[in-house]
Ligand binder design. Structure first.
Ligand code: AKG
Length: 277
C-alpha cells in the first residue's frame, strides 16, 4: 500500500483461511513480506476470528483491555461517549513490550467505526533501522533498554492500581536492535514503553554510574521519534468488517484518537510471541 509497508488482500475470507492450510501459508508469507495486511468485508463470526488468529499460535490476554467472556483470546477495544480518550493507543507503540516475550502479532477487526476519523497508522521498523545513519547503527548495536507498563498504561492510573499493575507486569529488558526471528532482519526496537538504556556507557557515565548517562535520553528520544517518519508508514481508513493483521516484531502502530465522542468498536486477537534477541 506504500513503498515500504502494507498490502491489501482481496477475495480472501479469513473464515476459509482458518481451515485451509495452503491459504493460511500464503497469508503468513505475505505478512512476513509486507508486515501488515488489510482485508475488507470480513463478515466473520468471533469464533472464526479466534480460529484464524490461532493458526499463528496461542493467544494471550491484554493487561488492561477487557476480554470477551464467550471467546477467550478476543479483546474488546470499545470507545464511546462514556469512554473518553485515555491516550493508550495514540502513541507509537509495539504491543506490550514490557513483557519478556511480547506478542508475535495481532488480528484486529472493526465492528463499528465513526463516520470520519479513527484511522490507524502502522510503521515499518526494519526500514526505520535501515535508514538510520551508520554511526548511530554502530552506536546502538549492543545497547539494551528497559520497557515498562508504567510508562503508558500506568501513567494515568491511581497509585494503588498502578502499583498492582507493575507488580503483575514487571519491567522487561530488550535489545535496542532486535533480529526478526523468521526473516533475520534487524529491527529498531524501542517505543512508547521504553524508559531508558541499561548499558549506555560513555567515559562520563562510568564516572557517574550507569544510571546517569549524559546523552542517553537524547539518543533514546531520537530513536523513538523515528516511528513518526511518514516514509515508513501506512495509514488505514477502517470500515465495518475491515481486518488488519500485523507482525508486532517489526512494526509499531498508532490509533488516531480524533473521533471521540463518536463510537468506535474493535476486536482484537493477540498472538503469543518469543523473547526478542
Ligand atoms: C492496539 O490494539 O494495540 C491498538 O493500539 C489499537 C489499534 C486500533 O484500535 O486501531
Amino acid at each position: 500500500m506504500t513503498c515500504t509497508i502494507g498490502a491489501e488482500l482481496e477475495h480472501v475470507s479469513l473464515a476459509d483461511a482458518a481451515r485451509d492450510d495452503g491459504l493460511f501459508a500464503e497469508i503468513r508469507a505475505l505478512l512476513l513480506k509486507h508486515r501488515v495486511l488489510f482485508l475488507r468485508d470480513q463478515d466473520i463470526t468471533r469464533a472464526d476470528h479466534v480460529a484464524f488468529a490461532k493458526r499463528f499460535g496461542a493467544l494471550e490476554d491484554h493487561p488492561v483491555a477487557t476480554s470477551d467472556p464467550d471467546h477467550p483470546g478476543l479483546v474488546r477495544i470499545y470507545k464511546d461517549l462514556n469512554s473518553p480518550p485515555e491516550h493508550y493507543e495514540n502513541a507509537y507503540h509495539c504491543d506490550t513490550t514490557f513483557r519478556e516475550a511480547p506478542p508475535m502479532g495481532c488480528v484486529l477487526r472493526c465492528v463499528e467505526t465513526p463516520a470520519v476519523g479513527g484511522d490507524t497508522i502502522w510503521v515499518n521498523m526494519v526500514e526505520a533501522y535501515r535508514r538510520l545513519p551508520e554511526p548511530i547503527q554502530r552506536q546502538i548495536a549492543s545497547l539494551r533498554a528497559r520497557h515498562s507498563i508504567e510508562a503508558t498504561f500506568g501513567a494515568a492510573m491511581p497509585m494503588e492500581k498502578r502499583q498492582a499493575l507493575a507488580a503483575r507486569y514487571p519491567d522487561a529488558e530488550h535489545p535496542v536492535v532486535r533480529t526478526h526471528p523468521e526473516t533475520g532482519e534487524k529491527v529498531l526496537f524501542v517505543n512508547a514503553f521504553t524508559t531508558h538504556f541499561v548499558n549506555f556507557h560513555t567515559p562520563d557515565n562510568v564516572r557517574f554510574g550507569q544510571d546517569f548517562a549524559p546523552g542517553a535520553s537524547h539518543l533514546l528520544s531520537y530513536l523513538i521519534s523515528q516511528a513518526q517518519i511518514p516514509e515508513y508508514q501506512v495509514r488505514f481508513r477502517w470500515k465495518k468488517n475491515s481486518v488488519a493483521i500485523w507482525d508486532n516484531r517489526c512494526t509499531q502502530h498508532y490509533a488516531v484518537q480524533d473521533y471521540w465522542p463518536a463510537v468506535r468498536r474493535m476486536e482484537r486477537a493477540t498472538i503469543v510471541g518469543d523473547r526478542p534477541r
